[in-house]
Design a protein around this ligand. Structure first.
Ligand code: SF4
Length: 405
């Protein structure tokens, strides 16, 4: 993206305002779901921060968007330097009790499924470590029988000695169960609301416990009570009007900053990708809208991490990397065993919650992925490209020893 040197930089940073609020609320524990009335009052009633955020989302000319991108880049430099944290998802299981219309793991999709053993999880994690990763996100569908809390705890304990930053993106839990995960060694929690539009949410989630919108909405606060220091929220763009979705996501982030002040937060704006079930986006979220959303978040929440996954193409990721993104996945696989082939000896179907053996299996058969990725470059190539763009890829930025000390 070109830079316009004649335009003076005027970063729209609201950090002091937020910091003041955070100090005011120091020592508070988060209320269970106080965000619900705030969400339901949008877009009618907005805080001053959200008023300014909404203004940033109004239609822009190309020149205005470029000015936003330039400010966003400057604000990012000020708060994050040139760093870009790299992480990799490690899929544990593609079993799920929910039907989410946009997801390949939906329970009614007749896909090949598997759940990794602890030894296989260790093998996958060691493979990621050899590629450089020290930040691994354990991902699984929601299925208490295959992916129990005890199993997740074991997975975390099995890799925590050689993976310093372990995050989880799994089915929602109560705060005491989240505490079990943090005691086992997890420090990051990712839970996306998918859509903040209640009507669309009801239409998308047709079966399973995920139908409960409010229960999911309160997840980040329960995770905070459970001891997570790093919490990621986001929405799946392409299900609802992107400006309203972004505004509601921003409101959620502002709420969490006020009430969960000890945690650090990340936001993500994933776009739909091809997946089993062949679901297609309901609304448009073109590149320029994604860029504008990214910049609006950076200018309004200067200290929030912004994630850009391999759902986006290499070209797009390279273009926006310097403009506000602070976390990237690389070389990702979205199927369990994707890095080493682990689990392919245990493929089966799951019908009405029951395992069904395959009558015959192709030699190269693999478990189904959650969605297809768009940037398939190996991690080393992504890191080299970031360096060529003037950024510093960071493989490790956390160690549990920091807290132990
Ligand atoms: S989005 Fe999550 S809960 Fe929904 S089907 Fe996929 S894995 Fe299951």
């Amino acid at each position: 993206m070109p830079v316009i040197p004649s335009v003076r930089s005027r970063p729209l940073t609201f950090a002091p305002r937020l910091r003041g609020r955070i100090e005011k609320h120091a020592g508070m524990t988060p209320p269970p779901t106080h965000f619900i009335p705030l969400l339901d009052a949008l877009p009618r009633r907005k805080t001053p921060l959200l008023e300014r955020f909404a203004a940033l989302l109004e239609p822009k000319t190309p020149a205005q968007l470029e000015a936003m991108a330039r400010e966003s880049r400057a604000v990012t430099r000020r708060h994050f330097g040139r760093t870009m944290r790299l992480f990799a998802p490690l899929y544990l299981s593609n079993e799920c009790v929910n039907n989410c219309r946009y997801c390949g793991f939906s329970r009614d999709n007749p896909i090949l499924r598997t759940t990794l053993t602890i030894e296989q999880v260790v093998r996958e994690a060691r493979h990621l470590v050899t590629q450089g990763f020290r930040n691994v996100l354990l991902v699984a569908g929601e299925h208490p029988r295959f992916v129990s809390e005890g199993y997740l705890e074991e997975c975390i304990r099995a890799i925590r000695d050689f993976v310093p930053a372990v995050g989880i993106e799994v089915g929602p839990m109560e705060a005491p169960e989240y505490e079990r995960m943090t005691r086992a060694g997890a420090e990051g929690l990712i839970v996306y609301q998918e859509t903040y539009d209640r009507a669309v949410y009801a239409d998308m989630h047709t079966a399973g416990p995920k139908k409960d919108f409010d229960w999911r909405l309160a997840c980040p606060e329960r995770g905070y009570l459970g001891g997570f220091r790093r919490i990621g929220i986001g929405a799946l763009f392409g299900l609802s009007d992107w400006r309203l979705e972004a505004l509601r996501l921003a409101a959620h982030l502002e709420h969490l900053y006020k009430h969960c002040w000890k945690a650090v937060f990340t936001v993500a704006f994933p776009r739909l990708r091809p997946a089993a079930g062949d679901f297609h986006a309901l609304t448009a979220f073109p590149d320029h809208a994604l860029l504008q959303t990214l910049c609006a978040f950076r200018l309004s929440f200067p200290e929030a991490g912004i994630v850009m996954s391999t759902r986006e193409s290499a070209v797009f990721r390279d273009a926006v990397a310097p403009l506000g993104v602070t976390l990237m996945s690389a070389g990702s696989h979205t199927e369990p065993g994707g890095y080493t082939g682990a689990g392919s000896d245990d493929l089966h179907l799951t019908v009405k919650g029951r395992r069904v053996e395959l009558e015959e299996k192709a030699a190269q058969a693999r478990a189904e992925g959650q969605f297809g990725i768009a940037d398939s470059r190996p991690p080393a190539e992504v890191a080299a490209r970031l360096q060529a763009l003037g950024l510093d890829p960071v493989w490790k930025d956390w160690d549990p020893a920091i807290l132990a000390a």
